[in-house]
Design a binder for this molecule. Sequence first.
Ligand SMILES: [Zn+2]
Ligand SMILES: [Zn+2]
Length: 367
Amino acid sequence: MAQIRDLYEILGVGRDASNDDIKKAYRRLAREFHPDVNADPAAEERFKEITAAYEILSDAHRRQQYDLYGSGRGIGEFPFGDVADIFEAFFGAGTFGRRRTATRRTRTHNGEDVFAEARLAFRESVFGVRREIELERLEPCDRCVGMGAEPGTSPQRCRTCGGTGQVQDVRRSIFGTVMTAHPCPTCEGTGEEIVTACERCDGRGRIPVDTTVPVDIPAGVSNGLDLRVPGAGHAGRVGGAPGDLYVSLRVDEDPVFERRGTDLFASLDVPMVQAALGAEVEIDTLDGTERVDVDPGTPSGTTHRLRGKGVPNLGGRGRGDLFLTLQVTTPKPGSRQERELLERLAELRGEPAGKRASVRADLRRRG
Ligand SMILES: [Zn+2]
Ligand SMILES: [Zn+2]
């Protein structure tokens, strides 16, 4: 499922939340989802999201930027620093005990992210659309069920590190002998080595598969936006969590409507006589037929605003407006009769007329 979560929504606070509210919400959620207290694998992802949201909303400047431009955008589009740093700055180091530092690594590795592109027609970007995204991604090998070892065999204790997952490095310095431990290069710190590699995946545990991922693209997206589809990336190794899929959106321009923010702009040509006498003009908007009232004596350049006929707010409520600029079109008399009628009109209005009339006119300030 495509997901663009609002930062306020992530913290469960309103847009008008005070700094204090945001702090409290973060403290409560972080204690609930910190990976050291919550064993659910989804908790870590959630914790990162919460912390990233907090980092942006607790900083007055970044919060303002987000309110102005970022509303409805996903976290992925906001760079954030090391989650552990923020957490420590907030709660103090060692809040939950750093019990993970000394643990041996498992063979589990999370999958990498996959990047794809989707091209949308303008209307699809406005109203949303479901797309089947074609991509190649690594999926667990079905022969060895992702373990990498040929069926009937199993991974053995690593011969390089003896199964500890670590190798020692001894250096002499002015302080004496310094020993440091590094993850074993042979088994990548897992302590296990695959002796008989699976025939299908060559011991990698994953194989490339062509697949399609259905993605619901929400209404109101714009060109260049990246949609994150959690868990739709490469499979993890040996039961690790899958990566995410990022879909970069390319939106075609519309031949009629020009978009600025959530508003749309277009020109409407109105023949001179209709502009002079007034008319009810039927037009096609993105939502269907609408009527525009042209008042008698409407000057060229008049703007009409059709409320709610623009682009929906991404991830929010409401829609922008459609602005029409009326352009009065001036006829060139096609027949003697037409010319005579226009000359007669000028005469009635006491305006100089005739072919190439010589007139004096006053300038006025623009606007
Ligand atoms: Zn395999
Ligand atoms: Zn090893």
